[in-house]
Write a protein that binds this ligand. Structure first.
Ligand SMILES: *[C@@H]1O[C@H](CO)[C@@H](O)[C@H](O)[C@H]1NC(C)=O
Ligand SMILES: *[C@@H]1O[C@H](CO)[C@@H](O)[C@H](O)[C@H]1NC(C)=O
Ligand SMILES: *[C@@H]1O[C@H](CO)[C@@H](O)[C@H](O)[C@H]1NC(C)=O
Ligand SMILES: *[C@@H]1O[C@H](CO)[C@@H](O)[C@H](O)[C@H]1NC(C)=O
Length: 878
């Protein structure tokens, strides 16, 4: 793995200065310890930049220069003259953080030239880490040794961290750090990354390393003689290949050959443990007479590897295998080349690369934890030396004051944070609440001020909380006191003079609130007087403000109205009482119960990892700000603060329809209730299709998206997938198919043409579910759809076995028949034969009338609320 090259060889470096204008986009060339912000390397034409902005930790290291006098007769590239050293103690880790594109394959190269910069003549040795994993050991063995470490790696995050780790007494340093994006079709491995062992330009003409601009990827090709005879041509080699390896023409123009027919190539890896390898060999015929031919086979350690190879004249051929070779013990392996068939010439080799496979098993720490701890670090300006690189990994380099839990190759999680005696000032950082798995938090003996925030009670795993010796004030959140009292939390708050320690502070507040609400509810004259006084004062103050700003702001009501709907995260924390009660969970995040003044609400918090969820959130807010109907769940507000995204809806006390239809639910909805719910849901959909200026297709109509309030009034919810038709002329939109299996319109699925009739199909399925209480797709092997099942029974007129047996015959058979027919029409596979939602509403009304007829006194209250468009435009600010 060690790749080394003596400077002496560099005496004649290729001076072919680039004029190619080749694309070097994505190259990152960092000259560590450089004194200038950037400079152009005249030999490669590449722009090198200073490392100042890439150093991550508090230890900025020391810029140094090699002992220039000792090297005045040696050629040294300008970027290798400077270096940065990181004096410290054993175990110190100093990292460079470089932003890049994730999932792009990169060649990453770190270069080290000791150059006796410290005049100690003690070439150092230290470790090199890539993020949470050890990459290699850097061992310099003399002042002039130029050591390259190269790896081909695909980052799974948007940055890499290259870290120097002091392993003994000697001081780590680095000369350059270079990143080169590769095509993802090159150097494909089954898994793992590739560490370079050897990259040889066989049969060289001079001792120059060939790199950019000859090599598009800036690989370094080292001059090498492997066999006893070499060939060269003056003609360029066509290096295009299907897999984009692009060996430089100048490398391919020379080759090694042997005077013997068969010959060997030894690869010495210096590796002591068995490893897997990938080897890439490059061939081009450069010397072939009319009556000559060259064919050969290649084996590795006696096993066939590749062949037969017939190098093409002046055109590159690449030999490699898709699976690795090895594992080989002993650190060496040998390729043998044999002429085959009528070959008249011995084998040749123009270039070769060998890599060993490195498996980086340690994941980066959980991303949410990384984000949180980094914010905490910057907020408190924490100068603890080792707070850099990955917080938890490798395990030996976990940040001071942190403990983490490790679970195999899964991302480590931060479980304890100890910032005791760190001179922290200001409030308790809210980001702490995002360290979700925290079990121990010690902030003692600092100068923290402000209140003990409620978000600390969100840390459900917390067992130890030490806030003693600060300057905190106010009361302690009740939840924390409760957990302390029950023994599940060890809470220390002593030494905070301004802190109220008993829970009476909380009680006092509660009592006051109670008094106010009682007073308000009895509407006593006294309360009204006070209220009027308050209103008067607010009004007066507002008038003064208006006067001061010289502008009547009251005319901008719609915008103010919109603002009022937006809540801050801390308001959301308040509303949900620290996310106390979970109503449900989904792929998008979690729904919590909350109270907004006297109004019960449901708060849907988007999990920060849900990209899909964010798009759906936007779709939903846009739509719900525009549409209002009593059979659509209404949006009360939303929160959009950095990554805290939440939607606040009216609270639907009776949950979703599916739960009420399920076998497990003891409270069976009566047939009449079911018809009523179906009718209300249908009205909600009809409004979406026809009541809005631009028709809206919900796309995800199903029983879990029909919610019931405390009076069992039905409302359609979840508009995250809904689509609006842009123009009225359009009768359909083409979309990526979305929806739920079983409810998804087969015609939409097949054609991607979305119309309102897709919702009608889903609604038909909902109706069948309400009639039968059967699963939409049978659990049996044939996975019969509910419409097929009903259809098979209908053929025999077997209505009794269609309807939910739990209804116990308590229904009018005519209204059931009508409902079943309507449901089947809706669930028709062809959209043209489905009714519109308007027709569905009419039919369901008739069903309900039939059902209720004998009892009399039926009073229809099903007219659709006309929507005042002016009101709408006011609310949405149009
Ligand atoms: C082929 O090459 C040989 C040398 O190996 C030479 O002696 C001979 O004349 C060449 N021509 C033919 C037609 O064989
Ligand atoms: C936090 O660290 C201090 C020493 O820095 C130690 O005394 C204290 O016990 C630690 N707290 C916890 C909870 O481990
Ligand atoms: C409190 O912190 C200061 C430094 O901020 C330190 O000198 C002192 O020893 C600490 N006291 C305790 C009891 O840990
Ligand atoms: C503690 O905070 C109060 C304000 O809440 C401030 O007046 C006081 O100076 C602070 N004490 C210390 C020791 O920082």
């Amino acid at each position: 793995m060690l790749l080394e090259f003596l400077l002496a060889f560099l005496g004649v470096l290729s001076l072919a200065v680039p004029v190619h204008g080749q694309d070097q986009s994505g190259f990152v060339s960092i000259d560590c310890g450089s004194l200038s912000a950037q400079f152009l390397d005249p030999f490669t034409g590449l722009n090198y930049i200073s490392d100042d902005s890439f150093i991550q930790g508090e230890n900025p290291g020391i810029p140094k220069m090699i002992a220039i006098d000792e090297f005045k007769n040696t050629f040294v590239l300008p970027q290798h003259k400077y270096l940065r050293s990181f004096p410290g103690v054993e175990g110190d880790r100093n990292c460079y953080n470089v932003t890049l594109t994730k999932y792009v394959k990169y060649l990453i190269r770190a270069t080290f030239l000791y150059g006796n910069y410290d005049n100690l003549n003690e070439p150092p040795s230290f470790d090199l880490h890539l993020g949470p994993n050890k990459w290699d050991t850097v061992q310099l063995w003399n002042s002039a040794a130029l050591v390259y470490k190269e790896i081909i790696y695909i980052p799974t995050v948007t940055y890499i961290q290259v870290c120097l780790v002091q392993t003994g007494r000697s001081t780590p340093f680095i000369s350059t750090l270079e990143l080169r994006p590769l095509k993802n079709t090159t150097y494909v491995t089954q898994n793992g990354s590739l560490a370079l062992i050897r990259r040889s330009n066989c049969g060289f003409l001079n001792y120059a390393i060939i790199r950019y601009p000859d090599d598009d990827y800036d690989r370094l090709w080292y001059p090498d003689h492997i066999w006893n005879s070499n060939l060269s041509t003056l003609q360029a080699i066509d290096s295009r290949d299907y897999n984009d390896f692009r060996p430089p023409s100048t490398v391919m123009m020379t080759a090694d050959t042997s005077i013997n027919a068969s010959t060997d190539l030894n690869i010495n890896t210096h590796q002591t443990t068995p490893q897997f390898y990938y080897v890439y060999m490059y061939f081009a015929e450069i010397d072939l007479k009319a009556n000559q031919s060259r064919h050969f086979n290649i084996s590795v350690n006696g096993e066939p590897w590749y062949g037969p190879v017939t190098p093409e004249y002046l055109r590159a051929t690449i030999a490699y295998t898709n699976s690795p070779i090895g594992p080989f013990t002993g650190g060496n392996f040998t390729f043998s080349f044999f002429p085959v068939g009528d070959s008249t010439l011995p084998p040749i080799l123009n270039a070769v690369e060998a890599y060993s496979v490195i498996y980086f098993l340690q994941s980066e720490t959980d991303q949410e934890d990384i984000d949180a701890i980094k914010k905490i670090k910057s907020r408190y300006g924490i100068s603890t030396r080792n707070w850099q690189g990955d917080p938890c990994a490798p395990q030996d380099y976990v940040w001071n004051g942190l403990s983490c839990s490790y679970n195999g190759t899964a991302p480590p999680i931060i479980t304890s944070l100890n910032l005791s005696s760190n001179g922290l000032t200001g409030g308790i950082a809210p980001d702490i609440a995002n360290l979700k798995s925290l079990m121990s938090l010690d902030l003692s003996n600092n100068s923290l001020s402000g209140t003990v925030p409620g978000f600390l009670s969100q840390l459900l795993s917390l067992k130890i909380l030490n806030l003693s010796g600060n300057n905190l004030s106010g009361s302690i959140p009740v939840d924390l006191l409760k957990r302390n009292a029950s023994g599940s939390l060890l809470l220390s708050v002593s030494g905070n003079p301004g802190l109220c320690l008993s829970d009476s502070c909380n009680n006092k507040k509660k009592k006051k609130k109670l008094v106010v609400s009682v007073a308000a509810s009895v509407s006593s004259l006294f309360a009204i007087v006070i209220l009027l006084a308050i209103i008067f004062r607010v009004h007066k103050r507002r008038k003064q403000q208006v006067a001061r700003h010289g502008e009547d702001k009251t005319r901008r009501t719609p915008l103010l109205e919109l603002k009022r709907r937006q809540f801050t995260y801390s308001e959301v924390v308040n509303i949900t009482n620290n996310f106390e009660r979970v109503l449900g969970r989904g792929g998008f995040g979690t729904v919590y119960y909350g109270c907004l003044d006297d109004l019960q609400v449901a708060v849907k918090m988007l999990s920060s990892s849900s990209v899909q969820g964010y798009n759906e959130f936007q779709a939903e807010v846009k739509l719900l700000l525009r549409v209002h109907h009593r059979n659509l769940t209404s949006l009360i507000g939303y929160c959009n603060e950095n990554d805290k995204i939440g939607l606040i809806y009216e609270y639907m006390a009776n949950g979703n329809l599916k739960d009420h239809l399920s076998d497990g639910n003891p409270n069976i909805l009566s047939w009449k209730q079911r018809l009523q719910i179906a009718l209300e849901a249908a009205q909600g959909l009809e409004y979406l299709h026809k009541g809005c200026k631009a028709p809206v297709v919900h796309r995800d109509v199903k029983t879990t998206n029909i919610l019931l309030n405390d009076k069992f009034q039905a409302k359609i919810s979840d508009f995250g997938l809904s689509r609006t038709f842009q123009s009225e002329a359009a009768s359909h939109v083409s979309t990526v198919v979305a929806g739920t299996p079983g409810y998804l319109d087969p015609e939409y699925y097949a054609t991607h043409r979305l119309t309102e009739k897709s919702d009608v199909f889903s609604f038909g399925v909902v109706l069948l579910e309400m009639i039968t209480s059967q699963p939409v797709i049978a659990m049996t092997n044939d996975r019969t759809h509910i419409s097929q099942w009903v259809n098979s029974l209908l053929k025999n007129g077997d209505i009794e076995n269609i309807i939910d047996s739990r209804l116990g015959g308590d229904f009018k058979i005519n209204s059931v028949w009508k409902a079943v027919e309507l449901a089947m029409a809706c669930a028709s596979t062809t959209s043209a034969t489905r009714p519109t939602m308007n027709q569905v509403v009419v039919e369901l009304n008739e069903c309900l009338t039939t059902e209720m007829a004998p009892t009399g006194g039926f009073n229809s209250s099903f007219e659709i609320i006309a929507v005042d468009d002016n009101l709408l435009s006011e609310v949405s600010g149009r």
